[in-house]
Design a protein around this ligand. Sequence first.
Ligand SMILES: Cc1cc2nc3c(=O)[nH]c(=O)nc-3n(C[C@H](O)[C@H](O)[C@H](O)COP(=O)(O)OP(=O)(O)OC[C@H]3O[C@@H](n4cnc5c(N)ncnc54)[C@H](O)[C@@H]3O)c2cc1C
Length: 302
Amino acid sequence: MRIEDPKIVAALPELGVELRPGSSLAELTSLAIGGTTDLLRIRKHEAIPELLKLLDANCVPHKFLGGGSNLLVKDGELPWVVLQLVAPGPDVVLDGNFAHVDAAADLGRTVTYCAKNDLGGMEGLIGVPGTVGGALRMNAGAYGMQIGTYVREVKLYRAAERKIETLSGDQISFEYRHTSFAPNDMMLAVTLELPSKSFKEILQGIRICNEKRRSSQPLGQKSAGCIFKNPPGASAGHMIDELGLKGLSVGDARVSDRHANFFVNAGQATAKDMHSLIADVKERVHKAFGMELENEVVFWSA
Ligand SMILES: Cc1cc2nc3c(=O)[nH]c(=O)nc-3n(C[C@H](O)[C@H](O)[C@H](O)COP(=O)(O)OP(=O)(O)OC[C@H]3O[C@@H](n4cnc5c(N)ncnc54)[C@H](O)[C@@H]3O)c2cc1C
């Protein structure tokens, strides 16, 4: 979708929003799949209510992009624009055991910065790509920990009320790869409370997690992490592996040879290829185990 109305184009710089026309989502996502649209880069949180009012009034639909590491985006000219926050100057500010973090901050750099200041707890998240906002949206976690445990406050744009609000951690429920935020809410900043630990001790934990990832995940390949959530008491990856589906392909979309719940773009995979592969694997797992796998990866299809 292209923003061509001169009224909107002129209003964007006044709101501190940068327009990048014709951006390729294949270049902005870790799966390297997706079509083209206008990208709006937001520099000031305060501008968001006005920006959304402007887009809605002119019937410009939008989606919200973090780091693009958990997305499968449709091909071709996309029927919505994409909004993305730009990280401000210092995107992590520490105050004792509290870390005040902008949602656009890179998750890995945030974990490392906190670690260097003797704040731990998030070692498991070290290899998770994307932004802190993306991690909050789906309560990212690994190796027995999840970001929600440390959340004390979230500043967000509440789509229903059309305003920016702050919620305390106990007003939000964080479950396995699920949160109580409304679908159109935008996380803008978070306060985390992290346990004190020596950098040396945190580094040890980080090294263990890194080693686990290196030995089990296709890290050099284009993927969106795990495609499916693990059903209660089961492992999606183990079920797919048991069915001998590693290496199964549709075009260049392929079930990783290293980790059966990672589907990789081995070349020029299209969204259609990846969707067919996901549907095929889902059906086979359902037939063999009677379990309906739920997507962990977010589809931007409509
Ligand atoms: C190699 C690899 C390993 C991975 N390992 C893990 C893992 O161990 N554990 C894990 O949980 N995940 C893992 N992931 C998945 C992914 O990295 C995480 O889900 C990450 O938190 C997504 O963040 P993002 O900023 O990239 O979100 P995006 O992919 O940009 O967006 C995902 C969804 O979140 C929404 N969103 C993003 N930012 C915001 C915001 N500020 N406010 C509101 N909504 C927002 C988007 O609209 C979209 O619906 C892995 C991915 C890869 C490629």
